[in-house]
Design a protein around this ligand. Sequence first.
Ligand SMILES: Cc1cc2nc3c(=O)[nH]c(=O)nc-3n(C[C@H](O)[C@H](O)[C@H](O)COP(=O)(O)O)c2cc1C
Length: 199
Amino acid sequence: MKKVLVLDACIRREESRTKKLLDRAVGVMKELHEDWSFEILEVDRLSIRFFDQESLMERDRLLAEGRRNHPRFDLAHQFAEADAIVIGAPFWDLSIPAALKVYIENISVDGITFGCNAEGLYGKCKAQWMYFLTTRGCAFENTDMENGARYLEGLCKMFGIDAFYEVHAEGLDMEGAEISRLMEAALAEAEHVAEGLVL
Ligand SMILES: Cc1cc2nc3c(=O)[nH]c(=O)nc-3n(C[C@H](O)[C@H](O)[C@H](O)COP(=O)(O)O)c2cc1C
């Protein structure tokens, strides 16, 4: 059984257009691959917080003691052991929702998801690919303001995940936007990319 970890950061849930893309992509994968299992995490509903001084010091102490089996690192192990990662997250403030960032802060653990040696960072994750689905209010082609997909693609390099796939619908909140046409095109692309993914 191959393990696909699905990170759902579609905070508006049933109202979310990004969730529609995510559901379509996951639906196609479930249909095509009976031998893949799907673990779905709603990242904004996890009992995790951003680091403060105390929690960061506790983490550093555990790592210094080599206690990477501590429950606080369970999410990091789950991420590191997944065969593939799927993320659905809307574009917020030129990037991703804070809940997803907090999740990333918690799973980025030296010695579990990545390592660092004299040459620099290297990845320790098993995942062969990350598939990111998003929607954006405005359009960002030919600008340098898109920091969501760009950030996650960079993280793939740090985690040792070789392939990054992204599907987006953008310009959805712009005046005169043909929302259904934009969404239909993105849904078709989400399906097409999902069909081509292998493990
Ligand atoms: C808190 C918040 C921040 C947002 N920030 C941006 C932004 O920086 N740029 C942009 O183009 N759209 C922004 N939007 C609009 C969303 O990207 C857009 O409506 C998207 O389709 C929402 O996805 P959803 O339907 O999955 O929730 C923001 C929306 C919210 C709620």
